[in-house]
Design a protein around this ligand. Sequence first.
Ligand SMILES: [Zn+2]
Length: 450
Amino acid sequence: MKITFCGAAGEVTGSCTLIDTGTTRVLVDCGMFQGEHAYTRNFTPFPFDPGSVSAVIVTHAHTDHIGRLPKLVKEGFTGRIFATHPTRLLTKLMLQDAAHVMKDEARRYDRPALYRPNELGATNDLIHGVDYDTEVRVSDDFTFRLREAGHIFGSAFVEIEAAGKRLVFSGDLGNDQVPILRGTASLPDAGADAVIMEATYGDRLHDAPEQRSRRLADAVRDTVARRGTLLIPAFSLERTQEILYELNGLVENKLVPPVPFYLDSPLAIKVLPIYKEFSKYYNSEAASLKNAGDDFFVFPGLHITKSPDESRAIEEVPSPKVIIAGSGMMHGGRIMHHLSSYLNDPNTTVLVIGFQSAGTVGRKISEGAEHVTIDHVPVEVHAKVDIISAYSAHADQAKLLRWVTSGKTEPKRIFINHSEPKAAAALSEKLRTEKLLDVTVAEPEKPYDI
Ligand SMILES: [Zn+2]
């Protein structure tokens, strides 16, 4: 059996790995490249014939794991796409959002889009929802089951039995004690011939999870005391829902004073019903709140602003107030007009709760920039910037090391993907010296024999 990394090798985007048993070809994820040269790279043909692939197993609905699915279908894939039930619905939403963004960019830069919103039907029709922990048969020599990854709602890692071997693909693994989500499942006790694992934060340790809601409460209280505005730029899928969950707890337990909260993110608003539909996947704390009748996406003071007019009207409301809006990296979306209005006010706080890529406004203000440019207009930064790393959606080094040895039998071999070279080197060093494991840092498009 051969596995080939067709993305997310030496980098954190474009996840797409081909497994070839000789008789069955299956992809794990088919994600979009992001960052430098992404546009050209996403148009580059796949290094395999899409028509020869029987199935795609999707680990979760982030665009860097699903964003090239419509391209795969356009280029001849007619097999089945498997995902957990929440991921199936979230994938449809996220692809629709990605297609609209690309349509706008195509118009703005006068260039073709990778695919258009009206081309998504064929892909959506191929997606099949499957349960966690249930064996799914792709062919006579290929079965798999999805296990809880704890990264975002619906996320999974994959255990595969194929051609007499057992493989595990981590997908993206979550942090510890994440609001709403269940914890990451353990590896199979029977071991694995190979574990293919992410190492996004293979060289870092996060703040303790208990820091999260305490620092969020501090930020709200401080904003109210200064009669200022708290801006929380948040990713629409998962981070926004986690923040709402924590704010619900803070408001209902009177740990913060009453203040208006605005959920100003159209995509995040569309995601909420999917969380509600699949409450059976909540962790025990979220499930007991739900069973006690607490809808944690609704709390006193929360306003949901759907239209652009409602979004602009937030400015008319006197401070103090709290605004949660995308994009999480302050690189587009409704957060941009709020940043234009409030960054120059010393009573504003910007709460940075996610990874900020180089070149984004988020990265600049996190690094202390005194002015930034928004829509070609220079804006002075007098706002306070507060960074909470404990909200990271990815496992840190300690969790990755714990997970990889969580089964009774150690894996025979490890491949590291979904990582910048520095993080991969740090994690592989630890795996070799502390866990005595055989580690390979995946190289792009090189077939490995298992
Ligand atoms: Zn992810």
